[in-house]
Ligand binder design. Sequence first.
Ligand code: ADP
Ligand code: ADP
Length: 219
Amino acid sequence: APAIELRDVGRRYGERYALRDVSVTVQTGATLVVFGPNGAGKSTLLRVLATLLRPHGGEVTVLGESLPRRDWAVRGKVGLLAHDALLYRDLSARENLRFHARLHKVDEARVEELLERTRLIGRAEDPVRTLSRGLLQRVAVCRAILHDPPLLLLDEPRANLDPAAAELIEPLIGRASGRTRVITSHDPAGGLAEADVALGLRDGRPALLAATGEVDVRA
Ligand code: ADP
Ligand code: ADP
């Protein structure tokens, strides 16, 4: 069954549509790459899928549940990596991750494992507001994947990472059995390599929808 089905989905901020007439189906375990320039609606689409924003039209089915009616049934099964990191800035990385672990009933050993794998142990007790953007991004990645969500939503996951850090997090956010991913990118050439399905957005409207192999990145 598809993990995500959108039909003619719209979302406004005030009067203005940030998303309009978006339709796409993503099979379980597949990767959808959403690309387009700044302001195209990529983050808005992720927020709708994460049940943080209600759709203002169309039909949204996520993990078999119809949104917004079944938001609560989806929430714990989604991992969102957003630009604003979704962390408590006065808490440390460890405190943030432990809080999240309790919410999702995840063992604290998982927190330590992730802090180690992302080489955050040395900074694990510092308030996250004192971390560099790159380190903050590593904490945010840990937060997004901590509960091993079957749906992973990644907003420009490599944006603030140096190559070494990118290599550390790659196995954490990569393709995994049964894990469906939606990844945004403002650079189609960078993102499309891992796409099973690609959706191009411009001013909130679909500009291109294609399965891998059909996409001409020069277009
Ligand atoms: P992207 O992630 O592709 O940069 P966004 O989804 O962030 O695009 O934004 C799409 C459009 O919606 C933009 O015009 C943006 O300015 C607008 N927008 C985004 N968030 C809000 C908000 N909270 N209130 C009003 N307008 C918003
Ligand atoms: P992102 O692409 O992750 O949404 P942005 O820098 O576009 O990051 O947005 C940061 C915050 O500002 C978000 O909460 C977004 O909803 C809000 N925002 C973006 N554009 C607008 C806008 N035109 N009016 C009001 N809020 C906006």
